[in-house]
Design a protein around this ligand. Structure first.
Ligand code: GLA
Length: 427
């Protein structure tokens, strides 16, 4: 009995220590685990994470000024209210690694106040801070990587109050080398996943291996909450998959095909960040897209239950960009409680239909026009893999209105590269 009592007291003390270390270090009470369960069990990213990442718009020029102003804009633009929470600093926040202590420093010129102060600022806005590192000796931008320093870095990130880690795979053995690089990738990601767990702080783990080692098969097991399934999406519509080079929006859509069965709550396929609103400005370039193409990216990423990481400068957005990324009805499809990824049910002459089961017996259907001209499509319920006897009401989430549809089928008119999305509810 005494022994049991002792164990309970010890357990409680340990729990308080974990809570306190996250309290003291983040300085943000809203960010805290509220029950022991949220610390011990992992209830993170139960819906696809939503936020912003510095890479597409700022690349090497990320700074604390940019991060703070972006946090302000997240609130003032209404993006926070629409569900966008994480502000992720990608590569180039780092300075040197101390050769004696091994401590990873931040870049003192661009982050003069330090990451802890930055995290406190972001938390004071009711938002969360993300950071970036790499499973190799260096990051993709030649900054110090975390290989060999995983526990030390994870502890440091937790002490700073970081809520999210994007973990890249540069400076590891190349795909196709003689090494068993599947096993090596799994081991490297598990080392960091375990180190993050050991901090006792709720840190979302974003695996960025780009897909060649099929992270959808092992991402969850190593502690990941999302995993990239393809290479970087550039600000362009279509470009074939090519290792270490940008791909187009359409290429990423095709890469998501047939991966729906690997998605679960807390474990999402990530087709990379959004390029919506870049218009060939910012760091990554790519030529730019039309508004229809940007709307297709938003539509399909929502149909996929993909993480929604904005990639434009949200301090200066056009009305067209705002209309796309602040559409709460398409976001609701992304965040739907069932957590399913859409799958392709129809493909004919460049027009396709995708279906996403939603909570409450509803379905979202997206029609995508890959062609360079306008298209009108009519699909029977059977073609959409729906019950042909079903009577339904169709709601157009871009027009924001109920639409009359002939019974037993669905019709959509699309401009070139446009996607239309309907929510069907049974009558
Ligand atoms: C890789 C990743 C990108 C970005 C850069 C940073 O290319 O895929 O998303 O993080 O590294 O160097």
């Amino acid at each position: 009995m005494n022994n049991l009592f002792g164990k309970v007291i010890f357990g409680l003390a340990l729990f308080m220590l974990v809570i306190n270390s996250c309290v003291n270090k983040t300085g943000d009470k809203t960010n805290l685990p509220v029950t022991p369960a949220t610390v011990i069990e992992d209830n993170l990213a139960l819906t696809p994470p939503m936020g912003w990442n510095s890479w597409n718009p700022f690349g090497k020029n990320v700074s604390e000024k940019v991060i703070m102003e972006t946090a302000d804009a997240m609130v003032s633009s209404g993006l926070k209210d629409a569900g966008f929470t994480y502000i992720v600093m990608d590569d180039y926040w780092q300075g040197t690694r101390d050769s004696v202590t091994g401590k990873l420093n931040f870049n003192p010129d661009r982050f003069p106040s330090g990451i802890k102060v930055l995290a406190d600022y972001v938390h004071s806005k009711g938002l969360k801070l993300g950071i970036y590192s790499d499973a190799g000796t260096m990051t993709c931008g030649d900054q110090p990587g975390s290989y060999g320093y995983e526990q030390q870095d994870a502890k440091l990130f937790a002490e700073w109050g970081v809520d999210y880690l994007k973990y890249d795979y540069c400076y590891c053995n190349d795909y196709g080398s003689e090494n068993n690089d599947y096993k090596e990738a799994i081991a490297r990601y598990k080392t960091m996943g375990d180190a993050l767990k050991a901090t006792g702080c709720p840190i979302v783990f974003s695996i960025c291996e780009w897909g060649p080692r099929a992270p959808w098969l092992w991402g969850k097991e190593v502690g990941g909450h999302l995993w990239r399934i393809s290479y970087d999406v550039g600000d362009k519509w279509d470009e074939p998959r090519n290792e270490h080079s940008q791909i187009g929006i359409l290429t990423a859509i095709d890469a998501m095909c047939n991966l729906e069965r690997f998605v679960q709550k807390g474990g999402w396929n990530d087709p990379d960040m959004l390029v919506i609103g870049l218009r060939n400005s910012g760091f990554i370039k790519g030529g730019g897209c039309t508004d229809e193409e940007y709307r297709t990216q938003m539509s399909m990423w929502c149909m996929f239950a993909a993480p929604l990481m904005l990639g434009c400068d949200i301090r200066n957005m056009s009305d067209a960009t705002k209309n796309i990324i602040l559409n709460k009805e398409i976001i609701a499809i992304n965040q739907d409680a069932l957590g399913k990824q859409a799958f392709r049910v129809m493909r004919k002459d460049g027009v396709e239909a995708w279906k996403k089961p939603l909570a409450g017996g509803k379905f979202a259907i997206a029609f995508l026009n890959r062609n360079s001209g306008d298209e009108t499509v009519t699909a029977g319920l059977e073609q959409l893999e729906l019950d042909p006897k079903m009577t339904f009401e169709a709601y157009d989430v871009w027009k924001h209105e109920k639409v009359n549809q002939p019974s037993g089928s669905l019709t959509a008119k699309m401009k070139s590269h446009e996607t239309q999305v309907f929510v069907l509810s049974g009558k």
